[in-house]
Structure formats: structure tokens, C-alpha cells
Design a protein around this ligand. Sequence first.
Ligand code: ZN
Length: 503
Amino acid sequence: MPKLASLLLLLPAIASVSSSSLRAQEFDKISVLLIDGQNNHNWKVTTPLMEQILEGSGRFAVDVATASGRGENSEPFSPEFSEYDVVVSNYNGQLWSEATQKAFEKYVASGGGFVSVHAADNSFPQWHAYNRMIGLGGWGGRSEKNGPYVRWKEDQQRFTRDLSPGRGGTHGKRVPFLVIVRDTDHPITAGLPKTFMQAADELYGKLRGPAENMHVLATGFSAPATGGTGEHEPLLMTIQFGEGRVFHTTLGHDDNAMKGLAFQVTLQRGVEWAATGTVKQPAVNGTKLTSDVPATRNPADVRPDEFSAIPDVMSKGWTTLFNGKDLSGWSQKNGTATYRVEKQMIVGKTAQGSPNSFMCTTSDYENFELTFEVNDDPGLNSGVQIRSLSKADFNNGRVHGPQVEIENAPGESGYLYSEGTGRGWITKQQPVKDAYQNGKWNRFVVRAKGDRIQTWVNGVAIADIVDAESSKKGFIGLQVHGIKRDAGPFEVRWRDIRVRELK
Ligand code: ZN
């Protein structure tokens, strides 16, 4: 609330600037410049929809720059590209001025993000650098002179480049189609289902272009039965242009296509990636992004993610799990490490020859926020189990389930590990970001709701995963890891352990 209030106070002063790049700074949002003004598509309808899809998520601040109209002098259109993290094009029309072309090339080449949406890849057939940015384009007289067709060949399980003569650009009837992810590790597609349906849209085919430094993330089968090419055509691509990252989506013909959750999610993730090189938005799993029928959502209904903010450990509703005096409400499982209470702390101490030990709550928790402080000796691996189980019929009662990792930096504190199951790390694709401070008290915050688990260490967001196998009810447990012979003894201390259950 204080932030909002201060913004409202600021507004009159900055009204003449009205720049969302300023708002972006205020709220740590990604600043987006969305370009329109000419298109053989209804840009006056689709630009506001893209604004809703991006701004509605709470992660982007969008400014729109409308280029000169058809036949008008293009000189006045000269946006300050460099004020933005990423430029998104909903433009298909006459060439920009020489100066604006050069400014845009410089912006992307020096590290600016660019996103080409649907017919933006029809634009500028004669602008060489632009075609290198988008990788592939269609129509506008494009032919074999512009570069190959790029297709996924199912029988060869690879992409091929076809330089045979022919025009660039075609599409069949507008029908729903399956988006097939060809790279499940890229930040844009990581965590999405392998296949998902897009709402009725044009499936572009026969695109041609330089296709340099281009990586196809997903394809769609252009079905002959609906007038298509019979090929697996690229739908989502990334292109490196100098230092700049480009995301190219051929989806998004009209308002109906933009209702497709497939369009919305890939646009949101692609714009974030082009701007930052990473994607912090949570993955969307197959229960929402369905592969049998297309999932749809009115762009006006896109809302900020309820999970975007770190739980406030100072607010009301928290219940203490540790009374500071004794271990009532806790019981030890597995190993023989010792746990004692001292100065409002639970102190775990290693024992020679012991397997991993756990001090566990006697109550189970399913949907909750958890916070604690921890100070771990160098050399001792530790962690806090959540949603964990110990069953006689599973490895003789071995404690198993998701563990929030604790260890001295450099390490993986805050990452999620699947203890006792053989699955290994649950956190994948996470940039190494170590917020743990050795020799000090470290504040951990965890939110577990449904199939999603998030962690923060000292206020820094570390893990944010969607994992159906971790969606269980179970105890919370403090781990003292087993140690090598002749190592230790080591200690790990916890204090201020609190939980707040969620509905
Ligand atoms: Zn179209």
C-alpha cells in the first residue's frame, strides 16, 4: 500500500511524461514498447489486447508507439527504443525512416529485446537486418532469395532447411491446432506441457528468411485437410541478433486467437525472456494449458499472479511451531544426530555414522507459508523438509519429500531437493543465485500451495516450481545431514519457526 500511495502522489508531477518506463522503475517491472500503426490485421483491436495480456500479469509496464499511417511521412516516428527493456511489434506496414531503422538495429544489436508477433513477420521484406532479427518471414514477395524454409521432419526427428524455389508465406483455414514443444529446456518453454492447443488461429507456413542464429522452440502441423502445407511449421522461435534476444511468435491473428491461453502464456514468457534472458513467471502446467481442447481466457481477465509477492513475515496469522523452551510438538525420525534447545534455538548436532536425521513436526501441513531463521556451520549440509512422509512400508520409514536446501555459500540454498525418493533436484533451470550469508542468521520463507512451491532466502526469490508429485500433506522436518567419517562435529541452528496455513 505505501508504494501505491507514493505513486499516486507522484502522478501529477509526471503526468506530462506519462512514461511507463518510469512506472517500470518504480515497481521493478519490465518496460515494454509496443509498436503498431499499420497492419493488414486489426491492430486497433489487438494492441489493447496485448497490453491487457502483458500489464494484467503485473509484470510489465507497456507504452504504445503508433507509427505514421499508410502513405504518411514516416519521419516523425522515432521512438526512444533505448528507454525500454523490450520492443514488441504489432506492425506490418511501410518502412520506417532510415534513422529509425538504424536506431532500431543499434538497439537490438546492443542488447535490447525484440518480440515479433504474427504479421510483424510480414513486414519489411527489403530491410535486411530486420529479416535477420526475425529469422523467418512471409509474404511481401519473399522467395528462395530470402532464405530457406525451415521445417521439423518427424521421420528424421530434426529440423531441415529447404532452399527449393517458392514463395514465402501461407496459411490454411483458421482452426485450433496443437503447439508441439521441440525444446523443453529453454526458459520460455521450460515447465510448459510438451503439447498444448492454441485457439483458432492462422498457422503460418512456408516462411522464409536468413534463419541465422535461430532456434525453434515449438512447431505446429499445418494440416492439408484445412488447406495447410502438410509440414511441421515453426511457431515459436528465438533469434540472437548481436547482443539482443529476439522472440518470434507466429501466433495471434486476431482477438479470438489472443483469447488462447497458448498465445497469452507464450507471449508473456517470450517478452520476459527477450527483455531479461530469464523467465521468472511460474510454469503453467497441463491442467491449465490443455492439449485436448484449447484453453481460453479473456485478456481483460488476466490478473497479477497471486503468488508474485513474498509472504510478509511481520503480518498477522502466523503460528509458532517452536516454543523456544522445549521440543514439544516435534519428534525425531531416522538418524541419531542430537537436537537440543538452547537460547530460543533448536540446535542440531551431527553424530558419527548416522544417516540423515530429522526433527519433525507432529502435525501435518499441506498448503502453507513457512518461515524460519537458520545458521549453519560451514561443511554441514542441511535442509528443511516440507510436505514430507515417513511410512513403514517405504524404505523402513525413511523420511522423504521436498526439502528446502540449506548450505553455506556458494551452494544451492533455497533450491528444492526430493529427499529420499531418488528423484534428485526438483529445482531445475534455476540460475545460480546465492543469497545465503555464511556465519549469519538467514531468513528463509517458503510458500507451498497446490502443486506450486516457492522459496526466498534473505528476501531473494530462489525457487518457484510447479511439481504435482510435491503436492502432498505432510510434516515439516529439520535435517541434520549424515557426515563423512572423521568430519565434524557440526551444528546447525534454527529459530523463529512459524507457519501460516493457506486455504
Ligand atoms: Zn493473420
